[in-house]
Ligand binder design. Structure first.
Ligand code: SF4
Ligand code: SF4
Length: 99
């Protein structure tokens, strides 16, 4: 199936790249992506106790939350979340309708 395409105000065609995953091992829970998403796709969730203990094993600062794709089907593929993420957590991809 062909990927979804869109059109700018000026009539140029472009291919949205949807957020398909977040690398939660890299995520520091900073919330930058949440602030720029206009579609309420993202939600900050608590890490499990095991995940927090893994962080402690690394001697790194304990991080108790991580970002999730709570409403992935509402994503418009704007790419803003990936641009502001300081840790490169996001993977984006063109998608077919309903995929
Ligand atoms: S690509 Fe755009 S709409 Fe989709 S999650 Fe990121 S900021 Fe939100
Ligand atoms: S911007 Fe990146 S590091 Fe910050 S909460 Fe979002 S996914 Fe995590």
């Amino acid at each position: 199936m062909d990927p979804i395409t869109a059109i700018t105000r000026g009539g140029s065609s472009w291919t949205p790249e949807f957020a398909i995953s977040i690398d939660d091992k890299k995520c520091i829970g900073c919330g930058r992506c949440y602030k720029v998403c206009t579609r309420d796709v993202l939600e900050l969730i608590d890490r499990s106790e095991d995940e927090i203990m893994e962080d402690d094993d690394d001697d790194s600062e304990s991080i108790s939350s991580k970002m999730s794709l709570a409403n992935a089907m509402d994503c418009t593929g704007c790419g803003a979340c990936g641009r502001v993420c300081p840790k490169g957590c996001f993977t984006h991809s063109p998608m077919a309708l309903g995929a």
